[in-house]
Design a binder for this molecule. Sequence first.
Ligand code: NDP
Length: 251
Amino acid sequence: MTPGALDGRVAVVSGGAGGIGQATARRLSALGARVAVVDIDPDRAAAAAAQIEGAAGFSADVTDARSVSDTVEDVVAAFGTVDVLVNNAGITRDNLLFRMTDEDWDAVIAVHLRGAFLLSRAVQQHMVAQRSGRIVNLSSIAAGGNRGQANYSAAKAGLEGFTRTLAIELGPFGITANTIGPGYISTAMTDATAVRLGADPEAYRAQTAEITPLRRVGTPEDVAAAVAFLAGDDAAFITGQVLYVDGGLSL
Ligand code: NDP
């Protein structure tokens, strides 16, 4: 995409202080968007935004309806509207099914699914009023099933159905909704997974690269580029789709 492709647009990135979220916020800003970096920790949200031109940090717990609606109001007060929503906030609480606690299940479903629902519901009114908008949800190749991730894969598969329904309901108002499904991307989340499995993160990345057709793991920037494409005018006629950004790992 050419510089300036998102000039004048306002983007909200949830989990914007994390690996993929921060890279996405940077990429959208480089294309001209004003970006609201939304994260649960106010200091991390502010610190991430401080490094990005035209960005501002906002704290919200995406699982909390009041926190989400207050934050979207704050973003609209600061920037005027919301043109792009990236539902990226996420957590993992991995365990085999027989060891998975109610809390592991509820926490993961709440952040990924309820979070995307609450933020999408809060921003759609602004997008519907202006008859345009872009919603990009972060799924995962784990939506297809992954050992130790019953909660996470259920949430991610749920997000794909959620996205298709948004595409149907919001399409008449000029709003697209799509999903990005990353494979293994090098971030704090995947490093934590390696440690939980008793592996050294560096060795785990190397092992994953070996079984990936493109022979490397992904970077947050790989995902950010795909988000930017779906957020821009070049993707105007694409809606309800899942784009896997995984170097071929899911094949
Ligand atoms: P990170 O852990 O680096 O970033 C996630 C961010 O979301 C963190 O800043 C986290 O804050 C924040 N967050 C967590 N809970 C909440 C909440 N309730 N409200 C607001 N913010 C919250 O993860 P990644 O960048 O790796 O992942 C980003 C997205 O991409 C996730 O949805 C993930 O599932 C998805 N994904 C990632 C893959 C990967 O390989 N990394 C692969 C496939 C999908 P805190 O750190 O304080 O919890």
